[in-house]
Design a protein around this ligand. Structure first.
Ligand code: DGL
Length: 264
């Protein structure tokens, strides 16, 4: 069983990529909806949640591979999670700074992220190691993850905010726009038309799913019955509303039953 988790709905973008890559794997998705958004919280709190969720997925559900489908949680606690479960493969998600920096022609890229990821030492290190030769703008996008959670993705006010965030970056000459939060994959319909012809969106979901495939082979958890179990720490029923709203109705067909409430 592969356990995939996020603060809420954002990790569904990673889950969808994994489900496509490993159609027969048994998957469990956990949304920590009682505590979303993580991005505005202290690192210590996020670390506590990540370790508690990891323990729950391994000890109570028998997961043998964990995917931290959240940039914020990865930045705050993926090292500690690995230390806590030395026998388990743990895959984290980090903003695609490396592919963006290496493919940028204008030598200018931007990273959209939560407040916690934007200030993280992990992102600073990623930029130092892989993007020393390009200019990098980091933008903390307050409230965007909550927009996705509430499925309020349109509306002139939000569109104006997205445009006011992205337009100055494009004017400064960026040609890669890194989606540094898994929730922002679901803002592609809003972001892509603004960036069109000027910058490419960089989303790492597919790369993460290939990494999961590599590790799943070694951990013998890619052969199952292709079932998906859904868990949430609050409002589990919202997941069944979100799947079709986010264009993931096909995933609903893999669900073993209704989403369950998890007390963690
Ligand atoms: N989806 C998460 C990420 O990738 C966090 C969003 C949030 O809870 O603030 O960073």
């Amino acid at each position: 069983m592969i356990g995939v988790f996020d603060s809420g709905l954002g990790g569904l973008s990673v889950l969808a990529a994994i489900a496509r890559e490993l159609p027969r794997a048994d998957l469990l998705y956990l949304a920590d909806t009682a505590h979303v958004p993580y991005g505005a919280r202290h690192d210590e709190f996020i670390r506590g949640r990540v370790l508690a969720i990891g323990r729950h997925l391994v000890e109570d559900h028998g997961c043998s591979l964990l995917v931290v489908a959240c940039n914020t949680a990865t930045a705050a606690a993926v090292n500690e999670l690995r230390q806590q479960h030395p026998g388990i493969a743990v895959v984290g998600v980090e903003p695609g700074v490396k592919p963006a920096a290496h493919s940028s022609i204008t030598r200018r890229i931007a990273v959209l992220a939560t407040e916690a990821t934007a200030r993280s030492e992990r992102l600073a290190r990623l930029i130092r190691e892989h993007a020393g030769h390009v200019g990098v703008d980091i933008v903390a996008c307050h409230g965007w993850a909550t927009r996705v959670e509430t499925l309020h993705l349109d509306g002139p006010e939000f569109m104006a905010e997205v445009r006011a965030t992205v337009e100055p970056l494009l004017e400064r000459g960026i040609d890669r726009l890194v989606l540094g939060c898994t929730h922002y994959s679901f803002l592609t319909p809003q972001l892509a038309p603004l960036a069109q012809g000027r910058a490419e969106l960089v989303d790492v979901a597919a790369a993460v799913s290939r990494q999961v495939l590599r590790l799943a082979g070694n951990h013998a958890c890619q052969e199952g019955s292709g079932q998906l179990a859904l868990l949430a720490t609050a409002r589990p029923e919202h997941l069944h509303v979100a799947l079709p709203a986010l264009g993931l109705n096909w995933l609903a067909g893999r669900c073993v039953g209704p989403a369950q409430h998890a007390t963690i």
